[in-house]
Design a protein around this ligand. Structure first.
Ligand code: NAD
Length: 370
């Protein structure tokens, strides 16, 4: 898998661009993976530990996600190797400089991702005239504020649960990461009657088999605290959420959090991947062999990019919610039914579906991908 990304494969990457400006402390990378279906949409991630390999894998995930969602967009990703919690004026300078450096890469449309938000996209738009995930004041649909991805994760969960004969109202949910995706997924699931038994953030895990109070936890986060600071429930280490007994486990934090070293701890029946590439390939295969159903990232978390594509066409928030619901439900149903019929992991079924759409788009382009 990783060697494919060292050299590229039939789908991409089309371009890899490194941006450095030592006196600003600017170190960034853009990977445009495939643009056969249209300009690439993909988030800008800001983190101190982000790598070229992570960027390439995320760019490919966007190619497949956009194709799976049936969008007229290819896949790309950009990363800034920097602390997202640094002084705001310094962060703004880095993001503006990075955007300027990529001004002429018109095949790439910036969106928000971990460590960046709507305000960051406003800076990008101000510099280069194109970005999605903008604040509403700039005509955008603020996808993190409205919970576009969490809305899709909720629908993917709702479609998958009947495969395990679990009612939504009876299901116990654990969520790793309580940011934009995790909080909104929790919100929609709790509203529909699910019980939130565990949540985690970098500060730790909070666990209560009788159910956690979602609104109280959201308020705590808004005050800048960790979920582990809540006065009720059992406090555990951040990684302990992996072994929590539940029906649905939702990763909404970092890549590769479940891997060969900890997959045996998992105690769930369904995984709905809110985060991008949260499990290693081996870990996902081990779960498949144990009968744990995994709705893969680029099917379950497509809500954000569907919303971005709707925004790019200047359509409304209402249209975005309706489109996310329809596309995520349809794609989850198609993937799970193909996977069950062929007895293959859902990710495999999803990749076959998405790749065939990318290849069809490439066949209609003179040079294939650009
Ligand atoms: P965010 O920065 O808003 O939230 C991330 C959360 O994860 C925070 O609560 C943080 O404390 C927590 N976290 C980080 N490392 C952790 C760890 N080791 N253990 C437990 N918690 C940890 O980010 P987000 O926008 O919610 O994105 C989360 C994931 O979902 C990322 O993988 C992102 O690529 C993916 N994603 C986001 C969107 C979107 O619309 N925002 C869309 C698709 C996919």
């Amino acid at each position: 898998m990783d060697t494919v990304f060292d050299t590229g494969d039939a789908l991409g990457p089309a371009r890899v661009i490194h941006v450095q400006q030592a006196h600003l402390g600017l170190r960034g990378i853009l990977v445009v993976d495939n643009v056969a279906a249209g300009p690439a949409i993909g988030g800008l991630r800001m983190a101190t530990d982000v790598t070229l390999q992570e960027c390439q894998r995320l760019a490919r995930a966007m190619t497949l996600k956009n194709a799976a969602a049936g969008l007229a967009h290819g896949g790309g990703k950009s990363v800034l190797i920097a602390d997202p919690h640094q002084a705001p004026e310094k962060k703004e300078q880095l993001i503006r400089a990075f955007a300027c450096a990529l001004k002429h890469e018109s095949d790439y449309i910036f969106g928000p991702d971990m460590g960046t938000d709507e305000t960051c996209m406003a800076w990008v738009k101000d510099e280069i005239g194109r970005a999605v995930g903008l604040p509403s004041e700039l005509g955008g649909i603020p996808l993190d504020q409205i919970g576009a991805t969490g809305w899709g994760v909720f629908h993917a969960t709702d479609v998958a649960l009947p495969y395990l004969n679990i009612a939504l109202s009876a299901c116990r949910v654990a969520i790793q990461g309580f940011g934009a995706v995790g909080q909104h997924a929790a919100h929609y699931l709790c509203d529909a009657g699910a019980t939130l038994v565990a949540v985690s953030d970098t500060g730790g895990t909070l666990y209560d088999p009788d159910g956690l109070d979602f609104s109280a936890l959201r308020a705590l986060k808004r005050q800048g605290h960790s979920v582990a600071d809540y006065h009720k429930g059992k406090k555990l280490a951040a990684d302990a959420i992996i072994g929590v007994e539940c029906d649905v486990w939702i990763p909404a934090a970092r890549p590769d959090v479940v891997n060969g070293s900890n997959v045996a701890q998992m105690n769930t029946r369904l995984v709905v991947q809110g985060a991008n590439i949260p499990f290693t390939h081996d870990a996902e295969l081990a779960l498949f062999n144990q009968g744990v159903l995994v709705v893969p990232d680029f099917i379950a978390n497509a809500g954000g990019v569907i919303c971005a594509a709707v925004e790019y066409r200047h359509l409304s928030q209402q249209v975005a919610f309706g489109t996310i619901e329809e596309k995520v439900r349809d794609n989850t149903a198609e993937v799970l039914s193909n996977a069950r019929r062929q007895n293959i992991p859902p990710r495999r079924a999803a990749e076959v579906m998405a790749r065939s759409r990318v290849e069809s788009a490439m066949a209609m382009r003179r040079w294939g991908g650009f």
